[in-house]
Design a protein. Sequence first.
Length: 225
Amino acid sequence: MKQYLNIFLLIVIIVFTGCKGIDSIFNPYKAPELDEKGIEVSKDSVFPRDTVIASIKATNPEDGPLYYEWSTTGNGWFIAPADKDTVRWIAPLEGGTYTITVKVSNEEKQKDASKDILVNNVKEPLVNIIKPENGTFFIQYEEINVEAYAYHNNDVTTVRLFVNGKQYGEKDYRGDNTYKFKFETDSTMVGTTTIKVEADNTLGKTGADSVTINVEEFIPGKNEN
């Protein structure tokens, strides 16, 4: 009878406590407690090869030591030893956003925390004029569509169009990295004309690409056929 009573009590506990309660019954050990601030870093915006000091505050509700396992996305590396509550991380050469993660565990359970670090790309933006193609022929007073691709890890701030050194347009950052301009050829562009697109990034670096086109003078009768 006592055995049936114990089974009944167990069923009642399962119904009213749910999975979390069950876990606390069969695995009563507690995970490490992490500070609500999570991972703290000396700086979260750095340049390639900069050193970042990262630390985590944790306490163990159970008797015994805590263990720390640090990792990062992409490149970059930790200076040994990297198994304590404080580590030093060397930023990689390539710009971008990297995530530092730490797993803190005791003898039974673990918790983890993450922190994003922005590595600024010191190189200039990549710019590529998609159209018009180099060497394309046009007629005076014809409207020309310019399309360019401009990209940088830390985002592009401004993209500008120049024709024979004169600025003909400017656009702010676009998420798809594609920038479109229009201009009309005039008498100053007859012959060989240079189209140039420049892009700036958040660090003040400028990248550029250029193509040359040929503009034929508009002659009534000849160009109208």
